[in-house]
Write a protein that binds this ligand. Structure first.
Ligand SMILES: CC(C)(COP(=O)(O)OP(=O)(O)OC[C@H]1O[C@@H](n2cnc3c(N)ncnc32)[C@H](O)[C@@H]1OP(=O)(O)O)[C@@H](O)C(=O)NCCC(=O)NCCS
Length: 186
């Protein structure tokens, strides 16, 4: 099913989205800020990835849309462990003009609601490179993830080692957050 937040609609990836996804994976700003890394992705590789992902039951992927700006990014619940009820989240917003409008915050509030109350997961993991202040602001300060530790010098980018901030959100944390903020009340 599609997911609806207060600003966003989270929908399935269509073949027409592949070029945007490829552009995001090839974008140096995004590469700098995400934990993982990609060699340059060709059109053919992007198509092969799309085909291979159709059979993957451990990751659920969405394109992010808003009424004002159309398709503005991509998000996922990945590495679902159906026994321990855990997974990890991921997000990329395309184009700097779409950033700092609260899209990632609403996307994660929506994604977490689905993870906890439809998939019946209990914990969502995350990791943020120490210099990624936008991610720390949206995930920790706005959505309410807890910082649980630091992996020292775990990430090598741009000629230096960087610490990786490990974060987590429990179902009980999320319930507390929505009760305190009334996020879904209005
Ligand atoms: C990180 C990212 C997903 C955030 O998306 P977004 O839609 O801009 O996030 P939001 O608008 O919900 O929240 C971002 C907050 O960080 C703030 N922010 C942005 N840049 C910042 C900076 N350099 N320092 C401190 N805060 C910053 C914004 O002002 C906003 O806070 P506010 O609402 O109080 O003003 C987006 O910047 C992105 O796609 N970055 C590249 C890929 C990436 O980093 N993915 C996540 C990897 S963990």
């Amino acid at each position: 099913m599609e997911l609806y937040g207060k600003k966003v609609r989270l929908r399935a990836i269509e073949a027409e989205d592949l070029e945007l996804l490829r552009a995001m994976k090839n974008d140096p700003y995004i590469e700098h800020n995400i934990v993982g890394w990609f060699p340059p992705v060709s059109k053919q590789q992007q198509q092969q990835w799309y085909e291979s992902q159709k059979l993957n039951n451990d990751t659920i992927r969405f394109m992010i849309e808003t009424k004002e700006d159309g398709t503005v990014g991509y998000t996922k619940i990945a590495n679902i462990d159906w026994k321990n009820r855990t997974a990890s989240g991921g997000i990329m917003i395309c184009n700097k003009e779409n950033m700092s409008k609260g899209i990632a915050t609403d996307t994660y509030m929506t994604l977490l609601k689905y993870a906890f109350f439809e998939l019946n997961l209990n914990r969502i993991n995350g990791a943020i490179i120490d210099y990624n202040k936008a991610s720390q602001r949206f995930a920790v300060e706005k959505v309410g993830y807890t910082i649980e530790g630091v992996k020292r010098q775990a990430i090598y980018k741009d000629g230096a080692y960087h610490d990786l901030i490990m974060i987590g959100m429990l179902k009980e944390d999320y319930i507390k957050k929505i009760e305190e903020t009334g996020y879904w009340d209005h």
